[in-house]
Design a protein around this ligand. Structure first.
Ligand SMILES: [Zn+2]
Ligand SMILES: [Zn+2]
Length: 144
């Protein structure tokens, strides 16, 4: 089957109908073109999304972000960046002397409730019963 190479334009004998490239060189060239076209297409998509080419904050390499939050070129750099960010995070808080505890945020409204709980606990203690017993027997009017 005679085909015309889509890269160099040479007419050649194709072994199968799919082949439109005369040689390995032309196949390699086609691959380059495809990847270039792919990159150009990605660039175009990112442009419409508003993602501009950025420089990796870790290695400084130019890269094409796939999301607006992306700051690094690769997974490897992402991990480094995350570790750095965490180190920075802890360092900042230590310097500022802020004792930040995620599990116990300050909530004044809940503190009030806690006070009544404490009062109950004190009352239970005075009666010589456990807090659970106190609630069950005295607050809910249950018990034997
Ligand atoms: Zn060719
Ligand atoms: Zn990088």
């Amino acid at each position: 089957m005679e085909r015309k190479c889509i890269i160099c334009g040479n007419v050649f004998q194709a072994k199968c109908g799919k082949s439109a490239l005369c040689s390995d060189e032309c196949r390699a060239e086609r691959q380059r073109q495809l990847s270039a076209a792919y990159i150009a297409k990605r660039r175009e998509i990112n442009k419409t999304k508003g993602y501009e080419e950025k420089y990796c904050v870790i290695c400084g390499k130019e890269y094409q972000p796939t999301s607006g939050k992306q700051k690094t070129c690769s997974e490897r750099c992402k991990k480094i960046e995350k570790a750095r960010y965490q180190a920075e995070w802890y360092r900042e808080r230590k310097i500022e002397g802020v004792h930040y505890d995620k599990t116990e945020p300050e909530k004044p409204k809940k503190a009030k409730k806690k006070d009544s709980l404490t009062a109950d606990a004190v009352a239970a203690h005075k009666l010589g019963v456990s807090y659970g017993q106190y609630i069950a027997y005295y607050k809910r009017g249950g018990g034997k």
